[in-house]
Design a protein around this ligand. Sequence first.
Ligand code: ACO
Length: 316
Amino acid sequence: MNGIKIRGTGRDVPKKLVTNRDLEKMVDTSDEWITARTGIQTRHHCGEGERISAVTAEAAHRALEDAGVSPEEIGACIVATVTPETLVPSAACTIQRALGLPRDIPCFDLNAACTGFLFALHTMECLLNASPRKFGLVVGAENLSRVINWADRGTCILFGDGAGAAVVECREGWPSVSAVLGCHGNDELLRLPGPEAGEPSYVSMEGTRVFKFAVEAVPWCVDQVLKKTGRTVEDVDFFVFHQANARIIDLAVRKYHIPPEKTYKNIAEYGNTSAASIPLVLSELREQGKIGPGSRVLAVGFGGGLTWGGCLIEFA
Ligand code: ACO
């Protein structure tokens, strides 16, 4: 099987910025608590008249521009999301129309919560191997502000909206992203009921237990990806972790002895954006020139499902 590499990235977030001080006026919390326990300072929420579909299409459009790839060259489009604006049409079909992607390609949404972008990368690698077109669009997009329970101060301070996108290319002889993916059906630790579930469509979470799961899952995924690829920490230019809590990232970095200069956090600005969080980091790293052609990034995600996953991603 041929592998994929990322050729371009893009991102977009809603304009409305919600600070910790803003939240102090809405719920019983404090800037000090949120900063110390999570590392979050601000998050973007879709405000009046702002639509996540437009934010998502803009991120995808920027990724195509960055890659220098035209919409007609795209062979598949996957949007990882748990909060699509509409269930039908899917967010991916909405992008297809907005950007003028070809009609004879698969466009669909994928739900693996915060690990969605990595599940989508692996799926895209499989799809492009069977496609005459060699480029694919992989997007992570969330409108989590829509599913926040404002009566739960343990979760309402965490989530943000946004979208990150990557254009990938598949070529003979390129290494696979070597995805390590897993799930553990669990509806107690993290839940977001759908519209027909007979309960409010809000995120609920047993934070401390999810925290414990995450600090074990992240180093395990790093380990598995390195073993699968035969690489070492030295071979990796950047380690990109799902931005759920700065303390989870710091603990994983320490546990695996990852040099701090090889990690990156943007949770302070965006909060937890679920499936959008890894591509938001990739896009910022690329824009800042920290990664580019030839770079190797080890990305790890974890979240609702429970799901977890890791990939070794190269840049074309
Ligand atoms: N402001 C002030 N105090 C608060 C707040 C708040 N916003 N939230 C909770 N507290 C209080 C609690 O009431 C509790 O008080 P008590 O000791 O008097 O009972 C105290 O702070 C500690 O609460 P905990 O819930 O134990 O706080 P914890 O340190 O575990 O932090 C958090 C909570 C931030 C949610 C953390 O557990 C976490 O990050 N968990 C992992 C989240 C995650 O990784 N999610 C995965 C992806 S999400 C997805 O898939 C959509």
